[in-house]
Each structure stands twice: as structure tokens, then as C-alpha cells.
Design a protein around this ligand. Structure first.
Ligand code: PXP
Length: 248
């Protein structure tokens, strides 16, 4: 957990990009399952994976194995399609996070339009909630979207904080601060409505640390940056291991 001023924030580790590397060669390694277990051993409070329609990284079998073997909660990111609803009802992850999805996008590019899809989403989440899975909606930090999420009966809103992270990375501090303040106000709004607040997308050590100051935040879901860092921190060890393998 990330600790900030006595408040504990859960860290959900997204393992999608371990599967991206595996799938690039069609091998069995690196295994997202092993990576998830290592993350849990290191202190991850939950594991997140996005089962995309095109299965570009995580596969159905990964989800089934994760659900059966993890000692922490599994958060499954999905688009609100019938195929994914069936998958959720079959595997019963601890939570689902509904995200917008377009085949051509590199990653999830924005929040879900809860207002536009209100009636469809209301019917979509009913059987999911019935099977005991919590429902999170990945939204822009926008009051109308948050209120719609609450009216829908969602348990959680996860704010898409990609814009803040990008602005910070580009050292556009004043603009980043405007985003930060928007998140502060919208987290309060969500908290007042009884929604749990999570953050995700593009988080790094610096952005996560800054955003951990927002009182209502209970969880951050982080993937791409962490897998990148794991490569850097593991490089020294694996090169030495390979040199030993080829010379001894
Ligand atoms: N949360 C949600 C809802 C996401 O869609 C993603 C990206 O799959 C993440 C968190 C993790 O984002 P990142 O890989 O940029 O840390």
C-alpha cells in the first residue's frame, strides 16, 4: 500500500504488458501469472488485467488462472459487451472496471461516457452486481459523469488521470495543477455520493505521489510504468545470469 498522511492507498498492479511481451513471440514466457504472483509477494494489494476484445495482451485463460490462484483481489477491466459480461459471470472477479474500448487505440484513451450509455450500462451491471462482483466505472473527473455513475449503482469511480500525468511529464506544472484541483473537487463529489475513488492511467512515481494527497483516493491501478521499471531494475541481474550460463 502507498501511505500518505496515515491514509493507506491500495496498489493494484496491471500486468497487461507482461502479456504484451509474451504474445509478441507466441511463447509461454514471460508469464503474466508469474509476474502477478511476484507483484503480490512484493506487496501489491490487487492485480488488474484488461481483457480486450482483440486479446492483444491478456487472454481468457490468464483470467481464469489468476482468479483461481491469486491471494489478493482481481480487478478485470473490460468493455461493456455481452461477451465480457458472460466472462465476468463465469469467472466472478472481485471487481470489474468498465472502460471504453476502440480496436485501433494504443491504450484506453479516455473515460467512459456514462451519461450517453446510461440505460445500457444499468442493464449491463445488474447481473454482474448480483454475482457479487463490485462495479467500477473508468470516467473523466467530471461531475455529470460521477453523478451518473452514482445513479447507475456503481460502487467505484476510477478517474482517468492520464492528462495530469502527461502534463507533469512535460513539466507543464501550471496546467497540471489545474487538473489536480479538478481531481480534488471531483473526488470530494464522488466521496459525498458514497462512491469509492480510484485513479489510473499513466501513473509514475512522481504523479502517483502527488495524487496520493487527495483524501478520498483509495486505490491506484498502475501498469505500463511499473513493468518498464521492472525491466530496468532486473537488467543487471539477468545479464549476469546469462554470462554465467554461457561461460560456465
Ligand atoms: N486503469 C485503467 C482503467 C486502465 O484502462 C489502465 C490501462 O489499461 C490502467 C489503469 C493502467 O494504466 P497504465 O498502464 O498507464 O499504468
Amino acid at each position: 500500500m502507498i501511505e500518505s498522511g496515515g491514509k493507506k492507498i491500495r496498489l493494484g498492479v496491471n500486468i497487461d504488458h507482461v502479456a504484451t511481451i509474451r504474445n509478441a513471440r507466441g511463447t509461454e514466457y514471460p508469464s503474466p501469472i508469474i509476474a502477478a504472483k511476484m507483484a503480490v509477494d512484493a506487496g501489491a494489494d490487487g492485480i488488474t488485467a484488461h481483457l480486450r476484445e482483440d486479446r492483444r495482451h491478456i487472454r481468457d485463460s490468464d483470467i481464469r488462472i489468476l482468479k483461481d490462484s491469486l491471494s489478493v483481489s482481481l480487478n478485470l477491466e473490460i468493455a461493456a459487451t455481452e461477451e465480457m459480461a458472460a466472462m465476468v459471470i463465469k469467472t466472478k472477479p472481485n471487481s470489474v472496471c468498465l472502460v471504453p474500448e476502440r480496436r485501433q487505440e494504443l491504450t484506453t484513451e479516455g473515460g467512459l461516457d456514462v451519461l450517453k450509455g446510461f440505460n445500457y450500462l444499468k442493464n449491463f451491471i445488474r447481473p454482474i452486481k448480483k454475482c457479487g462482483t463490485k462495479v467500477s466505472l473508468f470516467v473523466e473527473a467530471d461531475e455529470l459523469q460521477i453523478r451518473a455513475a452514482s445513479d447507475l449503482g456503481a460502487d467505484i469511480v476510477e478517474f482517468h488521470v492520464g492528462k495530469y500525468c502527461e502534463l507533469l511529464e512535460a513539466e507543464k506544472i501550471d496546467l497540471a495543477q489545474i487538473e489536480f484541483e479538478r481531481y480534488v473537487n471531483m473526488a470530494k463529489c464522488a466521496g459525498d455520493l458514497g462512491l469509492e475513488v480510484h485513479l489510473g492511467h499513466g501513473l509514475t512515481y512522481r504523479s502517483a505521489k502527488n495524487l496520493s494527497k487527495i483524501k478520498e483516493v483509495r486505490e491506484m491501478n498502475i501498469g505500463h510504468f511499473l513493468i518498464g521499471e521492472a525491466i530496468y531494475y532486473g537488467m543487471n541481474k539477468v545479464i549476469k545470469k546469462m554470462k554465467t550460463a554461457i561461460n560456465n
